[in-house]
Structure formats: structure tokens, C-alpha cells
Design a protein around this ligand. Structure first.
Ligand SMILES: [Mn+2]
Length: 296
């Protein structure tokens, strides 16, 4: 776990940062962690990291473009040495909050926070700790949404249920149940699908989410709700794939292979393991290459 002292340190970094830049993992946990911290101080820009598994050096360009005075990296297990070099060259303080089971090297002058590094080990998602840092009552829903997206049901879900009975339901026992059976779970799925969009649309979404007043706005079915529009688009493809995947359910396992222009493997695998908890689930994505064979 992170200690109260460490949470305070993170608060201090945030309050010192006048123009922070947050790099976050491209999923609901990363996104909600960013939103919680940026909304806490009321400033900061966010960039979703699409490189895998590391934050690679191509993102260093953002340091020149956006000229931050502080860099935060959220929910990413590896940062490439070249990215570090660039940040050091610019003398930028780097705060790294993660919860993956890795031992990064090269941490001199990096402020590294990971609940697994402590004596009392725990692996709550980065959203969980971001909520502990911010504790803005009106942002509690972001805390729940990001945690549930990382298959973690936080204890503050009880407080959430009291605050937003319409977005929750009784007797939720697991994070998956919250993800697939409640409205806050739908919000998580909306956010996660909306991240799978062109960069310009994602930038517009981040702006909207930095200022959104209530979670209900995300579910409001109206034409100017671009996030919901994108969700519906991706969800159509997703439901089709889920329908296909169900045909591959065997006695002990589900093995499903698919292709196309959009990778949805993590989402499909999660839902399959929720629907078929006693089976082994394997989902593989084949990225289609354009065939360039031409006749001579
Ligand atoms: Mn993540």
C-alpha cells in the first residue's frame, strides 16, 4: 500500500506543478487516475500512452510541444531509458505512480510510487491511490469507475452507492459484476471504448472529462455527446465479436481468435471470464497486414 506520507508527497508534487503533463496508460484505470489528479489541482494536460509495454521515446516530443514543468506517469510499468534521458535533459521532475509487479531500474531522481514496493504489499490500481490523494467528493465516481475497470472493487464503493444509488445496485459482490451490471460499470466501458479513437477525438474527450460536472452527463443520450456516440460505434463491433466468441465456448476453455482494425482483446477476455468463470479464456488478435504481393 502507499502510506499517508507518500500520499502527502504526491499532493506536494501536484501543488508545485504549475503546468503538469500526465502520461497515462490507455485504459479506464489510467484515464481516471489522470482525471482525478488533474481535477484535484484544476490544471494539467493528459496524453494517453498507446505504446506497449513501455512509455517509449516517441512521447518525448510532447515535452517540447507542451512545455510542462512537471511530468507524471500513471499506470505504466516501463519507461524507456531514452524517454528518461529526454526528461532529464530538460530538468523535469518526474513522478511515476504504478501498481504493476516490476522492478524498474534507473530510478535516480525519479519519484517512484508503487504499493508493491512497500512492506505491506498491495496492488490496488493507480486510480485507487489517485482517489486517496484527491478525495474530492464530487469525483468519487471517477475513483469507482477506474478501479472497476481494473477489476478491483474498492471499499469506498459503499460511499458511492449512498451518493449515487441510481448508478449502482444492491448486492454487488465483485468488480466484474459492477462492470457489467451497473450504470457506473457502463460508464467505465464507455470511457474505455472512447479511448479507442483518433487522437484528436481523444483530446476532445479529455477536455470534456476534465470539466464534466456529473457522471450522468456521460450517459446522456443526445447528439452532442461524442463519447457515447463513439462507445456505440465500438460497442457494435464488440457485440458482434462477443457473439462469435460465444460459439467457441468448450467444456474447459474458450479459445477465440479474431482480426480486424480494432483490438478489443482485453475487453473480450474480461467479459468471457465473467460469463464463464470456470473456464480458461484465451483471446488472440491477428492484426491484418495489407498484402503487397504484385504480379511482375
Ligand atoms: Mn492499465
Amino acid at each position: 500500500m502507499l502510506t499517508e506520507k507518500q500520499l502527502n508527497e504526491i499532493r506536494e508534487h501536484l501543488s508545485k506543478a504549475q503546468n503538469p503533463l500526465f502520461f497515462f496508460d490507455n485504459d479506464a484505470d489510467g484515464l481516471c487516475a489522470f482525471l482525478l489528479l488533474a481535477r484535484y489541482i484544476g490544471r494539467g494536460k493528459g496524453v494517453a500512452i498507446k505504446s506497449f509495454p513501455d512509455l517509449n521515446v516517441s512521447y518525448a516530443r510532447k515535452l517540447y510541444e507542451l512545455k510542462p514543468d512537471y511530468v507524471f506517469v500513471l499506470d505504466k510499468p516501463i519507461i524507456s531509458p531514452d524517454f528518461f534521458d529526454e526528461a532529464r535533459k530538460l530538468n523535469l521532475p518526474l513522478v511515476w505512480i504504478d501498481h504493476h509487479d516490476v522492478k524498474p531500474e534507473n530510478l535516480q531522481d525519479v519519484y517512484y510510487y508503487n504499493p508493491l514496493k512497500q512492506e505491506k504489499k498491495s496492488s490496488e490500481p493507480v486510480t485507487y491511490w489517485s482517489w486517496k490523494v484527491s478525495r474530492k467528493k464530487e469525483d468519487l465516481w471517477l475513483g469507482v469507475s477506474g478501479c472497476v475497470g481494473d477489476n478491483f472493487l474498492p471499499e469506498f464503493v459503499e460511499e458511492f452507492e449512498r451518493q449515487y444509488p441510481n448508478l449502482y445496485k444492491e448486492n454487488v459482490k465483485t468488480a466484474f459484476q459492477a462492470l457489467y451490471e451497473t450504470e457506473i460499470g457502463k460508464i467505465t466501458r464507455v470511457l474505455s471504448f472512447a479511448l479507442k479513437d483518433r487522437t484528436s477525438n481523444v483530446v476532445r474527450m479529455l477536455k470534456f472529462l476534465l470539466n464534466v460536472k456529473s457522471p450522468e452527463e456521460i450517459l446522456k443520450d443526445e447528439p452532442k455527446n461524442h463519447i457515447l456516440f463513439r462507445f456505440n460505434q465500438v460497442n457494435k463491433k464488440y457485440q458482434k465479436l462477443m457473439g462469435k466468441a460465444r460459439k467457441f465456448v468448450k467444456e474447459k476453455m474458450v479459445y477465440f481468435q479474431y482480426g480486424g482494425d480494432l483490438s478489443l482483446s482485453a475487453d473480450i477476455a474480461n467479459e468471457l471470464s465473467y460469463r464463464y468463470p470456470d473456464k480458461i479464456v484465451i483471446v488472440s488478435y491477428l492484426k491484418f497486414r495489407r498484402c503487397d504481393r504484385r504480379r511482375a
